[in-house]
Each structure stands twice: as C-alpha cells, then as structure tokens.
Design a binder for this molecule. Structure first.
Ligand code: BGC
Length: 266
C-alpha cells in the first residue's frame, strides 16, 4: 500500500468552511499537511463558526490551523490573506482554488449583468489573484502545487448557468497556461473537474426526489459523488505520487462525461 504523505507541506484551501473545500482540507491534513482554512466573510456567522470549528479540529499541538476570512474577488483582500499566511506558515506549498459559486439560474437574455460578473469574479478572477500570490512564494523555492477546482461544466454547456460554465472553462485554460509557465520551475498546476457531488451548492437538487432522479440519470454510475471522493484525489494530486502530472484536467464525475444516454439508441 502506497500512502499519501504530505508532511512538511503547507496548504491553503479556499472556501473550506463547507462542501468540497472542507473535505479537501480534512484529506490534506490527514495526509500530514498543515492546512489553512479560508472562508468568505465574518458577516455570515454560521459560516465563520464552521470555519473556526474546522480549523480547531485540524490543529495539532504546536501546529495551529489558521482560518482567514477574505473576499477572494478583491485583490487587496487576497494580498492580506497571503500576508497572514506568511506570518503563520512562512510560505505555501499547496494552493487549492476551491471557492466558487454557481450564481442565480437565468438564461443569458434574462440575466442580470451584476450577477453574471460576480460569478466570474469569484470563480475565475479569485483563483487568478490567489495563484498569483501563491506563485510569488513558490517560484523562489522551485516547489509547489496549485489545484483548481473546475467542474464538468468546463466541458458540458449548462442552460441558465452561462457565467458558471464560462468561468470554469476559463479556469481550465488558466490552469493549462499557468502549468506551461511554471513547469520547469518545479510547480505543477492541475484542474479537477467534479461532477455532481452532494454538497450545499446543489442541495436544492438532491433534496428533491424528482430532480435527484433526473440528475442520477445524467451520471453513468447512477449516483452522486461524495466530497471525500474529490478530496482523496486532491490529496493524491498534491502529493509526489503525482509528480509527473501537470497542465491537465482530471474529471471525477462517475462517468457524467461519457454520455450515459448513449447506452442505448443513437
Ligand atoms: C455544480 C452542481 C451540479 C454539477 C453537475 C457542478 O459544477 O456545482 O450544482 O450538480 O456540476 O451538473
């Protein structure tokens, strides 16, 4: 059995108070990394409590897990977040750009430009600001891994979510371009494209039997994924077992991208 060993690595997972981010923070910590939690704002007290509780759960004697609030779509706040990381961790080895929103459902013709922009700012500009700060710390050390959480919607068009699909497709190309820029500097950049995973972002779908049935039919394996099924892959990709993987997207989707409808007919 080959274990995943991230001891000595310092990681930041954006949007880690819930969902995939939370599971990823837990998996990286289980593999031995020191993990910093990030959450959106101190104005949402339930979210803040979840972040602080997780940070406490992941703290070890002599190795406190910090939790930082920041609006990742604001470059000044991202700069302050990384300054805090410098103070607490003295650098960064693993960045997981996980924080994201899908935005309100609206066709392009009906959409609100402000809402569309918010999705792109959080899902695409946020990862850019964070990657920029992370690389400034990783390049001098010639070591680091950046994992960008995209979605099957970097490939699959999604009615009513054009901002989300566009931002995720953009994040995919950002991943490849960054990977090309830093491949010879010891830094790997990889996208993970989750399918339908049971998290708060799609609760309204999986909590309703009719829409859950519809969603299950879009997945070759016929079931939603669990957050740990993404988190375990993130830990592997962040580790030296994945030392020859960069500049690509790994779909983790139970076969959503293999057109399950084509099991018959055609
Ligand atoms: C979305 C989920 C959705 C899934 C499959 C994800 O990117 O966040 O809400 O269920 O894609 O459509």
């Amino acid at each position: 059995m080959i274990g995943i060993d991230l001891s000595g690595r310092r990681a930041l997972v954006t949007g880690s108070s819930s969902g995939l981010g939370r599971a990823t923070a837990e998996a990286l910590a289980t593999a031995g990394a020191r993990v910093a939690i990030h959450y959106r704002t101190t104005r949402d007290t339930a979210d803040q409590k979840a972040a602080l509780d997780l940070a406490q759960a992941l703290s070890r004697p002599g190795a406190t897990a910090p939790a930082y609030p920041a609006d990742i779509s604001n470059p000044a706040e991202v700069e302050a977040l990384f300054a805090a990381l410098d103070r607490d961790f003295g650098g960064l080895d693993i960045l997981v750009n996980n924080a994201g929103i899908d935005g309100p459902h609206a066709t392009c013709a009906e959409s609100d430009p402000g809402a569309w922009e918010s999705v792109v700012r959080i899902d695409l500009l946020g990862p850019y600001y964070c990657a920029r700060e992370a690389l400034r710390r990783m390049i001098p050390k010639k070591q680091g891994v950046i994992l960008n959480i995209t979605s099957v919607h970097e490939f699959i068009p999604w009615e009513g979510y054009s901002a989300y699909a566009s931002a995720k497709a953009g994040l995919s190309m950002f991943t490849k371009t960054l990977a090309q820029e830093v491949a010879d500097q010891g830094i790997r950049v990889i996208a993970l494209a989750p399918g339908a995973i049971e998290t708060p972002i799609n609760r309204s779908v999986w909590s309703n039997p009719a829409s859950l049935k519809d969603l299950d039919q879009k997945i070759a394996m016929g079931r939603l994924g669990q957050p740990r099924e993404i988190a375990n892959v993130a830990a592997f990709l962040a580790s030296d077992h994945a030392s020859y993987i960069t500049g690509t997207t790994l779909a983790i989707d139970g076969g959503m991208l293999i057109y399950p409808d084509f099991r018959h007919g055609g």
